[in-house]
Design a protein around this ligand. Sequence first.
Ligand SMILES: [Mn+2]
Length: 472
Amino acid sequence: MNKQALVDTLPPPLERPLRKAHHMVENAEDVKIYSHIDCDGISAGAILSSTLDRLDIDHKIEFISLDKIPNLQVDNELTIFSDLGSGQDLDHFSISNSQVLVLDHHPPLRKAGTSGKGEFIEINPHYYGIDGSYHISGGGMAYLLARTFGFNDLSWIGVLSAVGDMQNSLTGKLEGLNQLILGDSVVNGQVQSLNDLTIYGRQTRPIYVALSYFGDVKLPITNNRTECIELLKRLNIRRKIGKTPRTLSDLNQKEKIRLFSELVRMLSLEVPSKYAKYVPRLVSGDSYEFLEEERYTPLRDASEFSTAVNACSRHDKPEIAFKVLKGNRKMALKDMAHLTQDHRRYLAQQMEWVKEENQIKSLQNLQYFDGNGIKSNVIGTIAGMILSYGDWKKPMIAFTELEDEKDGLKVSLRCSRLLAFDGIHFGNLIKKVAVKVGGTGGGHSVACGAYIPAKNKDKFLKIFNETLNGMI
Ligand SMILES: [Mn+2]
């Protein structure tokens, strides 16, 4: 049996700090929450805010990016930092009289147990030897606190945050403490976890459309709906029932097995032999379904839900997703649907531009394009989408100018998951290369980014290309 599956109790070293945080929160009267403005951070904020609502504690919440932290004012009796704070200087908070609670899963700057003037509690999985990239998210940390109050019904949001944070991206399933959170949500009847094909768009995309977006390896079906329809015909999988297109969630087990085998066969023909053993992982994994949400809506599937939350944050409307997460299914849900549509339209337009203008340039070990004018908070998404039009064997790097800084460039990198399965961690690599050209960077193995001085772009590309010698 898989060792990870056995995580069903909280590791004892985490119990004490959580109990302390529990008391700190319980006795607070005036709370401010700063949470990260991404799917994980918004989910974490929704868990914390719901917890405080239920405890009848006055609070305000603000979703921010990391660069805002140095300018925050100490205004409240208790300040909670969620899904951020561990990697940032919080000195002006720790020397104040305000109490501070940090619930984060990013690599910490401070040592465990260091304290300032007021009460300062920082709970971070890294202090207890727990993996913060794949075993627990920011939303997961928030949920562990909510759980001390018995609010186990918020666990589904912890599942969403982990998926939004790509914590299942390497193995195709939630592991470690994420399993504990998932377990709570399953026991509550809110989430169903099933081993499935990991083709995006399970609830909302017609199956032939979903297949056409497969981009980790370029296949005949990639970006080709006609080929997808042919494939389904060949496998005797019906595309529609009457006039209604079927989605992946409509396929029965036998159909899924036929599709899985065919995808594995097609992939095996395309990939170099060193990647062959990772092929099944590209197309199978666990999916998480929110049983209280309506079928065929993006809220039903964790992965699609996280895209909708991201669409809100990318359009600077995190509060819309926050409201939906807290249960507002009227106006907020409508607004979220609109934003998702706008988001998709914007992405499609920009994609066209990159493709039409032949913007993709290739070096020996990488490919890149200039996304001048593309909004910096969607440049990564576009890099990911454009990957299937370039060479999937190389990472795709995109540059765009920062809106509020004239001589700064935002860099985003996306690559096929096969490269990560094979052991390359681009988040670590981009961090090193960015530092060498006077920037900062980091992130996941398959999706990461950096900020660099605009004048060092060529230097950045040159060093990155050299760094990858022998790895690709
Ligand atoms: Mn996070």
